[in-house]
Structures are given as structure tokens and as C-alpha cells.
Design a binder for this molecule. Structure first.
Ligand code: ACO
Length: 435
């Protein structure tokens, strides 16, 4: 018997099973053979919120949460943030290797020529309520692109997939910027192909009457670094959504819309907006201890703290702190930084946070930089969705081409009643709609 195996005795039947261990993992389907009778379904694994379930094999992103390591295709995030542009990293995530000079030039050119939206799509966006949240608009508009590119549903055609991938990466900043301009009542700005990816995004957000927008190079590079840091993070909530929806063979626009919807929640990508609200609520450094006490007493969470995988400092948060210094040299220091630093200082010494291994995550400092750069909190999550689109697409492509993947369909433990007699209307007691 291989030592790389697990032996289990089912005490209900006294039968013993030996299951192979591969990559530190046992296949859940092996448990099905553990049955008490021929018509028994077999043993299932119960794992609410997928705390301990690997749903795929992936060669895109590696995280060691205990050591605070993040790598894309084997390259440490720190190295990529220092040496690469976002589109270079996008290429790496999607194709597995860093592009050479010619490949990068061609890739940048292709993405740049997919930044325009169809005028119909622009009109679609104009019809949202005047104060619509940019994420609501972004999710709906990406979904609407499915109607503009009906061929996208042919997900088994590699060339067709690549065309949609380029479109999505190109159009996402345009959609995010237009969603933002809509929410503040400004006319939409068309893309400028002379600018690089992040500069063009800044142009579409902030150009007013000047004929040509010139982004501050330090701020444009800072945003590019933030995009690199947010590009992928393996099987998080939104990526798992992308894979799950994509597994039904829904087209990539609809799958990205559902992933972006998952991202919008306050416990996921929506946390960066919530961090700013929290810092506003705290107001001054002196109020930090009282706020931490409130959290420990069970009133809310410290937003931007904690992570399902990182039980150490999030490596992205370290790079963001460094990037903040560069940004603040241009914009002046965001006073909220002092409150955030004090929160981090106190929390990292506090038994509650230490024993639970709660450290700042990527969202803790990103909002402070975004705000110093001139972004309003409502656009923060869309800023996350732009680069994460690359990760979602890389993971989607990997899923589609993985022969082991099927339509996602978890099991349940049924806890409701069984086969009841029908109750006529006059005999029903009713039930409260509020649980
Ligand atoms: N503040 C206070 N307590 C916290 C926090 C927090 N931010 N995060 C976790 N805890 C506590 C929990 O209450 C729990 O305590 P208990 O053991 O006494 O019940 C313990 O730490 C473990 O936390 P879980 O909720 O079980 O951890 P989980 O892995 O399910 O949640 C999550 C991870 C959602 C990120 C959580 O830490 C959280 O809500 N953080 C705040 C929101 C946030 O910053 N989200 C962004 C995450 S990064 C990203 O998605 C891009």
C-alpha cells in the first residue's frame, strides 16, 4: 500500500477503504464508495463556504497564506510590480509567459483597439438613474455586451475566445469610467488611443474641456501597479463565480458580469469603499481604541482586515503602502492614512486580532491611495474589477480547456420536510414572510 494514502474505516459497516493522496488532497468522489447498503447514495463531504475544498487544478496564481506569498505564473508579485506594466502582467496571466518586445507591442496595440463601446451600449448606459452606483452600471453593461457580441457564446472556439478576451480587457476601463462620469453627471469621454492603458482610463475619468489629457506619470504608474496587484487571486468568491457560471457554457460577458456582481459585495471587492466609510466614521486617531473595542464587542468588522487565505500580512498590502508614499509625494498626504496606521498598529498588538491572525488585506490601504489620487469611493470597486477581469478570463479559459471540469453542481444536506399531504386554502395556518 502506498504511504501516500489515507485509510478509513467506516464504523457503520466495519469496511476499510484506502484512498490515494495526491497533491495533499483526497478526491471527494472516493467517499461515495462508503455505503451502508446498495441503495445508499454514499458518503458526502459537507463544506459550507468551501473552507477546505479544492475545486480545480490551476497553474495561474500561487498563494501561501501562512507565509504571505503571492506569485503569478511563478513570478513573485513584488518583482512583477517593480518591473512590469499591467498589460504585460495580463499577458503573463493569460498565456503563461512574459511577452517579448514584439509580442507586448502587438498585445498592447490589440487591447488599445478594443477600447471603444458601440454607441448603442453608450446610450444604454445613459438611461441609468442619475445617481446609479458605478458597480451596478458596470455589471449590467458588461452583461449587455452579450447582446452586442452574440458569437461569444461559442466558447469552445479558441480564436473566438481570444477575441472576446481582448474586447473585455479593452472595454472594461471604458465602462468603468463611463459609469463613474454618469454618477457625477459629466458627459462621457471617448478613449484616446495615444495613451497607455491606465493613462487612458484616467483620461476617460477626468478629462474636462482640455483637448488632450496628460496624466501625472507618478500617479499613472501607481495606478498601473495597483492594477497588477489586483489582477488575480486564485479561487476567491468572484473567480469561483466566474468559473461556476462559465461552467454552464454561458458566454464570457455574462460570466464576467456575474463575477463582477460577486466582487461588489462588502466582504469582497466592496471592502475598499467600506474602509473609507469606516475611516470617516472613526474621524480622528484618538477614536481608534474605542472603535476597535466596538469591533471586539461584536459590533461590525474592521473593514480591510482579515482574509480567508492569508494568515499573515497580505503581500499586496505591503506594496500598496510603498506605493502610497510615491503617490503622497505628488498629492500630499491623505490625513486618513494616520487613522489607518493607528488602526493597524493597535490591531496588530491586540490579542483578538493576533489570535485570529487578522492582518490588513489589499483593501485596507488601496482606498486611501485612490482617494488621494482623486477617485471617489463609489468607483473603488470598479477600479478593482478592471484588472481582475484579466484574472477572471485567465481562470475561465483554464476551466473551459480543462477536460476534468464539468458544470458546477454542489450537493446539499436536505433539512426540510418530506412528502406532505396537500392542505386546502381554508385549512392553512400561514407562515410569516420574515424569518
Ligand atoms: N474584523 C473583526 N473580526 C474579524 C474580521 C474583521 N475584519 N475578520 C474576521 N474576523 C473574526 C471573525 O469574527 C471570526 O471570529 P470568531 O472566531 O470569534 O467567530 C474570526 O475572525 C474568523 O473569521 P471568519 O469570518 O471565519 O473568516 P472568513 O475567512 O470567513 O472571512 C473575510 C474572511 C470575509 C475577509 C473576513 O475577514 C472579513 O469580513 N473581513 C472584512 C471585510 C474585508 O476586508 N474583505 C476584503 C477581503 S480581501 C478581498 O476580498 C479582496
Amino acid at each position: 500500500m502506498s504511504s501516500n494514502s489515507l485509510t478509513i474505516t467506516d464504523n457503520r459497516t466495519n469496511r476499510t477503504f484506502t484512498l490515494p493522496i495526491e497533491n495533499g488532497t483526497v478526491r471527494a468522489m472516493e467517499f461515495r464508495q462508503m455505503r451502508t447498503s446498495d441503495d445508499d447514495f454514499g458518503l458526502m463531504l459537507y463544506d459550507p463556504a468551501f473552507m477546505n475544498t479544492a475545486s480545480c487544478r490551476s497553474s495561474i496564481t500561487y498563494i501561501d497564506g501562512d507565509r504571505g506569498i503571492l506569485e503569478y505564473r511563478g513570478y513573485p508579485i513584488e518583482v512583477l510590480a517593480e518591473h512590469c506594466t499591467f498589460l504585460e502582467v495580463a499577458y503573463l496571466l493569460l498565456f503563461g509567459e512574459l511577452p517579448n518586445e514584439a509580442e507586448l507591442k502587438n498585445w498592447v496595440n490589440e487591447i488599445t483597439h478594443h477600447t471603444m463601446l458601440h454607441e448603442n451600449t453608450k446610450q444604454f448606459m445613459e438611461n441609468f438613474r442619475y445617481d446609479a452606483h458605478p458597480m451596478s452600471m458596470l455589471v449590467s453593461t458588461v452583461a449587455a455586451l452579450s447582446s452586442v457580441y452574440p458569437e461569444a457564446r461559442n466558447v469552445h472556439d479558441a480564436a473566438n475566445r481570444l477575441r472576446q478576451i481582448k474586447r473585455l480587457i479593452g472595454k472594461m476601463p471604458t465602462i468603468a469610467a463611463m459609469s463613474y462620469r454618469h454618477s457625477v453627471g459629466f458627459p462621457y469621454v471617448y478613449p484616446d488611443n495615444d495613451l497607455n492603458y491606465t493613462e487612458n482610463f484616467m483620461n476617460m475619468l477626468w478629462r474636462m474641456v482640455e483637448p488632450k489629457y496628460a496624466a501625472h506619470p507618478v500617479l499613472a504608474r501607481a495606478l498601473d501597479i495597483l492594477f497588477i496587484l489586483h489582477a488575480d487571486h486564485e479561487q476567491n468568491c468572484s473567480t469561483s463565480t466566474m468559473r461556476a457560471v462559465g461552467s454552464s457554457l454561458a458566454d464570457p460577458y455574462l460570466s464576467i458580469a456575474s463575477a463582477a456582481a460577486a466582487l461588489s459585495g462588502a466582504l469582497h471587492g466592496g471592502a475598499n469603499e467600506e474602509v473609507l466609510r469606516m475611516l470617516d466614521e472613526i474621524g480622528t486617531k484618538d477614536n481608534v481604541p474605542a472603535y476597535i473595542k466596538r469591533v471586539k464587542d461584536g459590533h461590525g468588522k474592521l473593514m480591510g482586515f482579515g482574509h480567508r487565505v492569508y494568515k499573515n500580512y497580505d503581500p499586496r498590502a505591503k506594496i500598496i503602502k510603498w506605493t502610497a508614499e510615491q503617490v503622497f509625494e505628488v498629492t500630499g498626504r491623505n490625513p486618513k492614512l494616520d487613522i489607518a496606521l493607528e488602526l493597524e498598529r493597535i490591531a496588530l498588538q491586540d490579542e483578538y486580532f493576533v489570535t485570529r491572525k487578522l492582518y490588513p488585506n489589499v483593501d485596507f490601504y488601496s482606498g486611501i491611495i485612490y482617494q488621494a489620487m482623486g477617485f471617489k469611493p463609489e468607483i473603488f470597486t470598479a477600479l478593482f474589477a478592471i484588472p481582475r477581469t484579466v484574472g477572471w478570463l485567465a481562470q475561465w479559459q483554464e476551466m473551459i480547456t480543462d477536460a476534468e471540469q464539468k458544470i458546477v453542481r454542489p450537493r446539499q444536506i436536505y433539512t426540510g420536510q418530506r412528502t406532505r399531504s396537500f392542505v386546502p386554502m381554508e385549512e392553512r395556518h400561514g407562515a410569516s414572510m420574515v424569518k
